[in-house]
Design a protein around this ligand. Structure first.
Ligand SMILES: C[S@@+](CC[C@H](N)C(=O)[O-])C[C@H]1O[C@@H](n2cnc3c(N)ncnc32)[C@H](O)[C@@H]1O
Length: 288
C-alpha cells in the first residue's frame, strides 16, 4: 500500500492527534515533536514516571540486536516502524562494525520518514541507506519497495527489526504480514522484535502501563497488549538465539552500552516489554 501523498513540508502530517513516532521521540529526549505530542507524553509520564526509561530500554534493545547481527556478519537490515531518527540509529551502529552494511528504514508516519530522509541525505550513503514510506502491514509492498531501492539484495540473509511497533498494529492481519516477511526472508535471516506485555509485570508498573496504554487508545496509534505466546507466534518456526523471548534488560545486556537498564534496579519485569531475536532455519532436509 503506497501511502497517500499530500502537500506541505510533511505530507500527510496529522497534528490533531499525538503520534507514536513523535511521542517516542519526546520520551527519548528528541525535538521532533509538536505540542499535542508533548502534552500526551507529559500525561503519560504523570501516570507512569519510568516511561522515559522504558522508551530508552526499548531503543537500547534494538541497538543491541543490530550489534548482535552485525557481529555475526549480517550486512542487510530492514527496520520496520523505525521511527524518528535519534542518536544511535541502526545504520550508525552497524556501520561501526560492518562499514558496508545496508539499511532500509520503513515507517508510515510522515514526519518520521521526512526526518529519516534528511538525516540520510546529510549523513548516510545513498547506495547503502534509505527510508521508505509504507505500512508494515503490507509486507509485499514493503518488500518490493525496499528491494526496488537497490539497497537490499533479497537473495541474501537480512535482519528484520521491529522495535516497539507491532503493539501499534491492532489488526489480526499482522500475523499474515509477519508470515509474509518470514516467507520472503532467505534462510539464515534474522527477525528481532519487541512488544509490550501484561503477564509478569509487577505493581505498580502493571497498573501504570495499563493506564499509559489506555491513553494511547485516543491517539492516532492505539496500542494492544499481547501474550507471550502470541508474540512468539510472530517468529513462526524461526529458532531463538540467546535467551529466547525475554524481558528487554535480560537480552544480552552486555553487548552494547545500555545505560537505561541499570535504572530498572535489577527488576527486568519492570520494563513491561519483551524482545527476542530468532533465525530462519534451512529448509528441512538441506542441513548438512
Ligand atoms: C515507538 S516507535 C519505535 C521506533 C523504533 N522501532 C525503536 O524501537 O526505537 C514506533 C514506530 O512505529 C511506527 N508505526 C506504527 N505502526 C506502523 C505501521 N503499521 N507501519 C509502519 N510504521 C508503523 C510509528 O510511526 C513509530 O515511528
Amino acid at each position: 500500500m503506497t501511502l497517500e501523498r499530500a502537500t506541505g513540508p510533511f505530507p500527510g502530517l496529522d497534528l490533531e492527534h499525538p503520534s507514536a513516532a513523535r511521542v517516542y521521540d519526546f520520551l527519548l529526549g528528541g525535538t521532533t515533536n509538536w505540542a499535542i505530542d508533548r502534552g500526551f507524553a507529559k500525561r503519560a509520564i504523570e501516570k507512569m514516571p519510568i516511561v522515559r526509561v522504558l522508551a530508552k530500554t526499548n531503543r537500547e534493545f534494538i541497538q543491541r540486536a543490530a550489534v548482535f547481527c552485525a557481529q555475526r556478519g549480517f550486512k542487510q537490515f530492514l527496520d520496520l516502524g523505525s521511527g524518528i531518527p535519534t542518536a544511535g540509529n541502526v545504520h550508525e551502529i552497524v556501520d561501526t562494525i560492518c562499514p558496508d552494511a545496508r539499511v532500509v528504514y520503513v515507517d508510515f508516519e510522515p514526519v518520521a520518514v521526512a526526518h529519516s530522509r534528511l538525516l540520510l541525505e546529510e549523513h548516510g550513503d545513498p547506495e547503502r541507506h534509505t527510508v521508505i514510506h509504507e505500512n508494515l502491514l503490507d509486507a509485499r509492498a514493503v518488500w518490493e519497495t525496499a528491494v526496488s531501492t537497490g539497497v537490499l539484495d533479497p537473495g541474501k540473509p537480512l535482519a528484520v527489526l521491529a522495535g516497539a511497533v507491532l503493539h501499534f498494529v491492532l489488526k489480526p492481519d499482522v500475523h499474515d504480514a509477519l508470515q509474509s516477511y518470514r516467507e520472503l526472508m532467505v534462510p539464515g535471516s534474522a527477525l528481532a522484535l519487541t512488544h509490550v506485555v501484561e503477564e509478569g509485570v509487577p505493581e505498580p508498573e502493571l497498573s501504570q502501563i495499563r493506564e499509559f496504554i489506555e491513553l494511547y487508545q485516543k491517539s492516532s496509534t492505539p496500542v494492544t497488549f499481547r501474550t507471550r505466546d502470541e508474540i512468539r507466534s510472530f517468529y513462526g518456526d524461526f529458532a531463538f538465539e540467546s535467551c529466547g523471548l525475554a524481558w528487554l534488560p535480560e537480552w544480552l545486556p552486555d553487548i552494547y552500552e545500555s545505560p537505561a537498564i541499570a535504572t530498572l534496579h535489577g527488576n527486568p519485569a519492570r520494563s513491561c516489554v519483551v524482545g527476542g531475536l530468532a533465525l530462519k532455519p534451512e529448509p528441512a532436509g538441506l542441513e548438512d
